[in-house]
Design a protein around this ligand. Structure first.
Ligand SMILES: O=C(O)c1ccccc1NCC(=O)[C@H](O)[C@H](O)COP(=O)(O)O
Length: 270
């Protein structure tokens, strides 16, 4: 039998987590909480707007990761959210997965209350119940990781997100996942530079897949981006939106680091 991958391990505990949470709150209860949540903020719209002439940044609030362990000890989600907003981020991403990323649902709630930016719930979703739960927390966008879900699950998640008025960031990291993503209608397509088995990041993933993606998609390069030169490199391949966590989280002054990263965007030539 093959060794379980990180996604296999995450899937196993997520299924237990979902079952336990469903015991606590029925479908009707979670839907009622989702209906009572504050209005959805336009995630894809803000990102698109920022990427015209500039760069669209989804700035990630990330305390730890399976590959790096603890990334930031001084971790205060509302303070970080305000620093990202001051630095010019278009949107936030907040990790809520606890076992692998030391995230928490409360981090998303607190970060979103602190700013007026739209927020992505960064977690491992495979059940529409989690989409309603994301909306109940206030999330404006969910993530569908093609490597984590079947085609049927991806369609079900997208349909639930659409019903709740939320945006979807579809995530792919190879050609097969890019082909499967054609099933989905959402505009936002994230290309993850991180190999989820080895954890290595390689910007070549974005360079390769960006030119094969449909022109209708708004492309987001994800993971392993650190420098203004990295963003300019991706912009040469038509990618002007980015999901960045670790490199910004490691700066003492997150607002200045964010501002410096976004300064002097490459002029669009496409
Ligand atoms: O970050 C990880 O080590 C990781 C491991 C396994 C699955 C997912 C993982 N990260 C999720 C992400 O997509 C990143 O947090 C996001 O793209 C930001 O990446 P980075 O700028 O490199 O922190």
């Amino acid at each position: 039998m093959s060794t379980p991958t990180i996604l296999d391990r995450i899937r196993a505990y997520k299924l237990e987590e979902i079952a336990a949470r469903k015991e606590e709150r029925s479908q009707a209860e979670i839907e009622e909480a989702a209906r009572a949540a504050s209005a959805v903020r336009p995630f894809a719209g803000r990102l698109q707007q920022a990427s015209i002439g500039g760069y669209g940044l989804i700035a990630e609030i990330k305390r730890a990761s399976p590959s790096k362990g603890l990334i930031r000890a001084d971790f205060d989600p509302p303070v970080l959210a305000r620093a990202y907003a001051d630095g010019g981020a278009a949107c936030l991403s907040v990790l809520t997965d606890q076992p692998s990323f030391q995230g928490n649902d409360a981090f998303l709630v607190a970060a979103r209350e602190a700013v007026d930016l739209p927020v992505l719930r960064k977690d491992f979703l495979c059940d529409p119940w989690q989409v309603a739960e994301s909306r109940a927390l206030g999330a404006d966008c969910i993530l569908i990781i093609m490597a984590f879900v079947s085609d049927a699950q991806a369609l079900e998640l997208e349909s639930a997100a659409t019903d709740w008025g939320m945006d979807v960031l579809i995530e792919v990291h190879d050609q097969e996942e890019l082909d499967r993503a054609t099933l989905l209608k959402s505009r936002l397509l994230g290309i993850n530079n991180r190999d989820l088995n080895t954890f290595e990041t390689d910007l070549q993933t974005t360079r390769n897949l960006a030119r094969r993606a449909s022109e209708d998609r708004l492309l987001v390069s994800e993971s392993g981006l650190r420098l203004p030169a990295d963003l300019a490199d991706m912009a040469r391949y038509g990618v002007r939106s980015f999901l960045i966590g670790e490199s910004l989280m490691r700066h003492d002054d997150v607002a200045t680091a964010t501002r410096d990263l976004l300064a002097n965007p490459m002029v669009a030539t496409l």
